[in-house]
Design a protein. Sequence first.
Length: 382
Amino acid sequence: MRAWIITCAVASVLVVTGRAGQNPTLRITWPPPDAIVTGASRIEVAIEPQVPVTSIRFTVNGKLVCTVERQPWRCPWNPGAALQPHHIRVVASLADGGSLVANVRTRNLRHAERTNVDAVLVPVLVTDRGTFVRGLTKSDFEIFEDGVPQRIASLVSEELPLDLVMAMDVSGSMEASLDDVKLAVKQFLTRLRPGDAATLVGFNENTFVAAERETDPAARAAAVDLLAAWGGTAIYDATVRVLDLVSRESGRKGVVIFSDGADQNSMTTREAAMARVQASDAMLYAIAFGGGVTVPALRKSLDEYARSTGGRAFFPRHTRELDGIFGEIVTELANQYVLSYSSTNSRQDTAWRNISVKVRKGNFDVRARRGYRQQAAPARGR
C-alpha cells in the first residue's frame, strides 16, 4: 500500500531541443510536487505534445533507477518507509538528438519549518590574543538580543563531541583537482576527536549523503574516496539540504561548505538559502576554491553565510593551502562553546534579531552567532 503526505516541494522543467517551431515539454506526473511517497511506488512522466523518444532515464538523488525505451513512461520505485527528501530527475532522449529534462524535489517532514524557536542556540569562540580560552562556565557569559539582556539557560562546553557536516562540491569543474581535495578532506577528518561524528555530503546539480554521522575514521575515508566529479553546481540547493542534516540537539555542531564555482543549477534562490542559514544554529565555514575565488557572487554569498553564524570564509587558490585552512577550522570547532536562551521577544515573525555575546571578566575577543531569523510557518491546507 502506498502512503503519501502533502508537504512542501519545488519542481522545475527544462526544455532542450533542436526541433524548429515546436516546444515539447517533459512533466513528472507522479509523484506530485507536494507529496512524499513511501513504500512501493513509481515515477511517471508525460510529454506534451508527443514526439518520438528513444529512451527516458529516471534518477533519484543522483542514482539511476531505471531506463525506459517505450510507453508507458513509468519507472517502478521504492523509496523505503522513511520520510526523506528526494531529488527526482528525468531525462528524455529525443529521436532527433534533442533532450527534455524535468526535476522534482520533495522535502522531509521531520525537517519542517517551525513557527517559533523554543531555544536560541549560540555558538561562541573566545580567544585571548589568539589563544583559545577554555574552561568558561555559564556565569562567565552575557547575551543580548537586540540590546536586551537574556537569561542564559545552558552552556555546552568545548569538551562534548562535535556533530560536523562537510559538503563537497563534486561538479565537473572539480575533476582536475578532486584527488588533491579529497586527500585534504581525509586529512581534515582524521583531526576530529574520538566520538566526533561527521556527515559527508557531495553536491553538484544533485545533493547526496555519502556518510551520515559516522564516527569510524576508516568509514569516513572510504566515503570520501567514492566521490567523483560530474555535473553542474547547485550550491544554494546544497546549503539548504546540508543545514537540514545538522543535528537538532543543543550540542556542538559545525558545517563546512566547499565549492569551486558559481551557482548554475539551483532551484533555491540565494535569498532563500541565506534565510535558511540565518535560521540555523550551526557555525558555518565556507571555502571558495580555485576559480570560485574570482566569482564575486559566490564570494559574497559564502562570506555572508559564514559571518552571520560566527564562522569564517576562506578563499584559497591552490590545494596546498587547504591543509592549513582545515586545520584552523577543526581547531576552532574543538574550542566551541554553545549557549542557549529563550528569547524575551515573543513576536512570531521572521525579522532579523541581533545577538551579542560578552565575557563578564577579562578583555577577551568573542566571536559568536551574529543573530537569527525565525523560520516561517509552513502553509496549512491546500
